[in-house]
Ligand binder design. Structure first.
Ligand SMILES: Cc1cc2nc3c(=O)[nH]c(=O)nc-3n(C[C@H](O)[C@H](O)[C@H](O)COP(=O)(O)OP(=O)(O)OC[C@H]3O[C@@H](n4cnc5c(N)ncnc54)[C@H](O)[C@@H]3O)c2cc1C
Ligand SMILES: NC(=O)c1ccc[n+]([C@@H]2O[C@H](COP(=O)([O-])OP(=O)(O)OC[C@H]3O[C@@H](n4cnc5c(N)ncnc54)[C@H](O)[C@@H]3O)[C@@H](O)[C@H]2O)c1
Length: 494
């Protein structure tokens, strides 16, 4: 078998949104960068996650928003074929040519194939016949300075008897399907389960969602409650507190899920089952064992992205491959930090801003260019359900569990003048979590239509550690829903 060896300053394994970003930041200062990709450049987010899922969700949200405005006449029904066709456009028909062109235009080298670390700074790439690299089936990439693992995550199947052999849908199948099943059972009530139950109900399927606890368990309880109530309103059968016990695929193609809840055994039969019970970092087949590193829950990195467990300060991790990171934007933030750290540690140019980079292994100052501090204290997430759920930082419970003395206050969005004008059914909640000792926000959650667009003000408040007494001077315009900020501070006692 033909093989060739090439040297680059930096080798990034995985060309998802995060890998592309870290590569770009490192390459900007003239470092030579190779990006290894085994599937499509652009990663999960572009083809089977963020982008297609939001394309499927947007039409239903727009129709529901229009229906709630007094004076709007009959709202047209959804055109399912047009929605699926638009989803195909958004994913470029699962063709990554434009992303590959972008990588080349940025002066980087895309190496197609599966990358595995075989020795310090050395990545072995094997490519299938479909992803042949310049005639060679194998290629060894030697990194002069750094290897970055940006391999993302994969879904997990819970150990339910019969599930694996039932060929269930995962999020890839749900976001790329050509046909809408007549009925769908969704197992899991996290972000994927809640979003996809909404989308498939909009597209006309009879949907049953079965999950272990409440919906969106990692967020403020009011969020999951509001999403469950809305799903039920649009006709989804939501079964909470249920443990799946068996799955059977029948000869006619239908599938039965059996579950236990409150000591009672029940079952639901549908045309298809979607498993949305969580994801794990894709760190099992990237050669970490050759370095004596085990990372089943994701790489453990310092605030500069360095994997300290690897001797010699050359291995970095970013995005879903890292413990505690599960969204595109948070991974890309980390990628900007790590790319800049690598460029500053190994590039020729003086960094234009940010000052001297800390040496490998040294702790950077929080909130400097070389520390991904927000990953620890101000992660954001928007769930595109109806209502949308948008959060930053800690929930009240997470803050208390972390030993903080906090007080949370909430206010109804419809009780603002802006909310009143939005439409008859407009409703939602804003919650802020205030650290009583520092008098700053450590978390906020907005639940309501387009709540995602309200989030950034809260993110600025948390990241800036703006004292509530100073926030009092940030005057929201009248009549906007943002006046909820004023009401929250009044409720807090200002
Ligand atoms: C249904 C769904 C919807 C989502 N919606 C959102 C959303 O709206 N907003 C949001 O912020 N997040 C969302 N997410 C999460 C988001 O998709 C991930 O956080 C994001 O994709 C992580 O980016 P990444 O680059 O770390 O990994 P990925 O996007 O997974 O990319 C990793 C890349 O590495 C490649 N790779 C892996 N191993 C190797 C190897 N050994 N050699 C070569 N290449 C390799 C893979 O093929 C892949 O292309 C969603 C997730 C799902 C499942
Ligand atoms: N809009 C967004 O930002 C977005 C959208 C989709 C996904 N994502 C990311 O993708 C990741 C994965 O999402 P997810 O929804 O798959 O995972 P998740 O961890 O959010 O939710 C998993 C759900 O499955 C349930 N579950 C697990 N095992 C079960 C079992 N045996 N029986 C019944 N229920 C069971 C859990 O109780 C939970 O409700 C998330 O961490 C999220 O950050 C983000």
């Amino acid at each position: 078998m033909e093989s060739q060896t090439d040297e680059f300053d930096v080798v990034v394994i995985g060309a998802g949104p995060v890998g592309e970003n870290v590569a770009d930041r490192a390459a900007r200062t003239g470092l030579s960068v190779a990006v290894v990709e085994s599937e499509l450049a652009g990663g999960e987010c572009s083809y089977w996650a963020c982008m297609p899922s939001k394309a499927l969700l947007r039409p239903g949200a727009a129709v529901e928003a229009a229906e709630s405005v007094v004076g709007v006449g009959d709202v047209p029904a959804l055109d399912v074929r047009a929605i699926l066709a638009h989803r195909d456009e958004v994913t470029h028909g699962w063709d990554d040519e434009s992303q590959a062109d972008w990588i080349a235009d940025a002066g980087m080298t895309l190496v197609r194939g599966h990358g595995r670390i075989v020795a310090p700074r050395t990545v072995h790439v094997t490519s299938s016949a479909l992803a042949e690299v310049d005639g060679a089936r194998e290629r060894t990439l030697v990194a002069r300075h750094a290897v970055v693992v940006a391999t993302g995550s994969v879904p997990v199947l819970p150990p339910v008897p019969g599930l694996e052999t039932a060929s269930p849908w995962g999020s890839r199948e749900a976001t790329s399907a050509d046909e809408v099943p007549g009925s769908l059972v969704v197992l899991g009530g996290g972000v994927v389960g809640s979003e996809m139950a909404t989308a498939y109900r909009d597209l006309g399927a009879d949907v049953t969602l079965v999950t272990r606890s409440g919906l969106l368990g990692a967020m403020e309880p009011a969020a999951g409650e509001a999403v469950a109530a809305h799903l039920r309103e649009i006709g989804v059968d939501v079964v909470l507190g249920a443990e799946a016990t068996e799955v059977v695929r029948h000869d006619d193609g239908s599938v039965t899920l059996t579950y236990q809840s409150d000591g009672t055994t029940s079952s639901v039969t549908a045309d298809q089952i979607l498993v949305a019970s969580g994801r794990v970092p894709r760190t099992g087949d990237v050669g970490l064992e050759s370095l004596g590193i085990e990372a089943p829950r994701g790489l453990d990195v310092d605030p500069t992205g360095l994997v300290q467990e690897a001797e010699g300060h050359w291995l970095y991790g970013v995005g879903d491959a890292v413990a505690g990171i599960t969204t595109t934007h948070q991974g890309k933030y980390q990628a900007r930090v790590v790319g800049d750290v690598i460029a500053a540690r190994h590039g020729d140019e003086e960094p234009a801003w940010g000052g001297p980079v800390p040496g490998p292994g040294a702790e950077p100052e929080p909130w400097t260019r070389y520390a991904s501090t927000s990953d620890v204290v101000a992660q954001t997430q928007v769930v595109f359900t109806r209502p949308q759920v948008a959060s930053v930082g800690l929930t009240e419970k997470q803050a208390r569990d972390a030993g903080m003395r906090v007080r949370a206050v909430s206010f109804a969005l419809e009780d603002t003048a802006g909310g009143y004008l939005m439409g008859a059914d407009f409703a939602g909640t804003a919650t802020i979590v205030v650290d009583e000792d520092r008098r700053v926000l450590v978390g906020a959650t907005f639940v309501g239509p387009e709540a995602g667009e309200m989030l950034h003000a809260a993110t600025v408040a948390v990241v800036g550690a703006v004292p509530v007494e100073r926030l009092w001077h940030a005057v929201p315009a009248y009549p906007t829903v943002s006046e909820v900020w004023l009401r929250l501070l009044e409720t807090y006692g200002l």
